[in-house]
Design a protein. Structure first.
Length: 95
């Protein structure tokens, strides 16, 4: 019987070592190299959908995440082909 490969070895792109006891959303974004502001906003909304303080509920957070992702797509379409499109969508792989 062969040994099962640990998930962090099978899917290393989903795992990062970090030297912190606790991390917040902003540290997670930094650790994973998410630099696009639309993606940052959407990820924050999805990670904390319905659990943050204030009057926004789960459904509203999901809608706002979709709006941010829609804007990210619109911004990609606004960039003339070949003009730093790679820079706009770049996510660094900080392992």
């Amino acid at each position: 019987m062969s040994e099962q490969v640990p998930l962090h070895e099978r899917y290393p792109q989903y795992y990062r070592k970090c030297g912190y006891e606790y991390v917040d959303v902003y540290r997670v974004l930094e650790i994973f190299g998410v630099t696009n502001p639309c993606l940052q906003h959407a990820i924050k909304k999805l990670l904390l959908a319905g659990v943050r303080t204030g009057k926004k509920d789960f459904r509203k957070d999901i809608k706002e995440a979709i709006d941010a992702l829609t804007r990210a797509l619109a911004m990609i379409d606004e960039v003339p082909l070949g003009e730093k499109l790679i820079e706009f969508t770049k996510v660094t792989n900080a392992t």
